[in-house]
Design a protein around this ligand. Sequence first.
Ligand code: FES
Ligand code: FE2
Length: 436
Amino acid sequence: MLIPEENEALCRVGPGTLMGKLMREYWVPALLSSEVPAPDSDPLRVLILGEQLIAFRDTGGQVGLIQNNCPHRGASLFFGRNEESGLRCVYHGWKFSVDGTCVDMPNEPAESDFKHKVRAVAYPTRERGGIVWAYLGPRSTPPPLPSFEGNMLPEDEGQVTAIQRECNWFQGLEGDIDTSHFSFLHAGSMDVSTQQPGTFSYYMLADRAPRYSVVDTDFGTMYGAYRETDDGRRYWRVANFLFPFWTMPPQGMLGHKITARGWVPMDDTHTMFYMAGPRFRRAAAPAGPWNRMQPNTTNWLGRFRLTANASNDYMIDREKQRRNSAMDDFTGIQGIHLQDQAITESEGPLYDRSSEHLASSDMMIIRVRRRLMMAAHALAEQGLTPPGVDDPEVFGARAGGVFLPREAEWLAATEDLRRGFVKHPELDSSITGPLV
Ligand code: FES
Ligand SMILES: [Fe+2]
């Protein structure tokens, strides 16, 4: 458990907060490139780390991320005219370029040099793999972008998804580093007899209480969770937490899997979940009303919301839940993403961890909290740069599942498979089975 003061320090991310300062050391995904699709297209309201910003793509194609309130007298630049390489406030016509420079002040005399004294807060951006990254930190020259393999694929191979979650960012992240819930929340109705013996899916259901090993790494924290197999080996699931809010879950095959998942705080009670990886080859879940998106609106919180949400109890089907014999029946909620969404939002907008009871299966969660807090305190009190900020290549890591000999030391035995940007055509993906 965390006492309320620790919980607040871990969860709150606005300007000046302990965790907010830590996150501002890193590049963060701010929006999708497709949200500002063309030069001079409509400005967009973006809420990130508790800051209200306006994104716009200028005439030359650069993406600006500028303070919402015009530096003159505070009119929202959302209503601005995006024209001729800048965003012009419609109140008195002041115009700002993507770097926040005031390039025109037409309501002042021509001889006035006041426009040179005014500057809007504007954050540097970079686009890569469909994501507009932003640097909200203190350096005048930002650090390099983190080398996430899933965000560095050729354009026709990569895909990025964004879905809003209506709760604090750390609740979403905790769900991703908590391997033991899979066999319940997602597969609690499934009997081991439904799975092909010898596959990852089979062992996930044969043993629902794996043993864990957790280690700190140069990118954050990693766990290996293992289950004994029938033939004297071990099925290891390896997963990563990467600073400051990324995960690589253990589904799929270690050596093939390259997807990165980011839990980017919009504010303290809303999170934009980004998933960057290879293009989906098959639908993740059968299409239905439960996995549709609402149309985006221009509101601060109007982006990437699911149709199934708390207001309709995530379209839970109690008949399915009573039947309890097939995938999704354990909850009666359709699909893995929606099950995670429902359950982490159900903890409340910002869960008070002073009343939780952590068990041995929560070892990874405990270690990640500690690692984040130690890095945040080291930054605040000693000015220590947090892990990976200046070492982008540490984010080129991988996670996933693997069979190892029983006596193998898992860290050494998986070292090659955990290294990014290496192809492993020799690995046979069919041993995962359909569940993982
Ligand atoms: S408030 Fe924007 S130009 Fe006056
Ligand atoms: Fe899950």
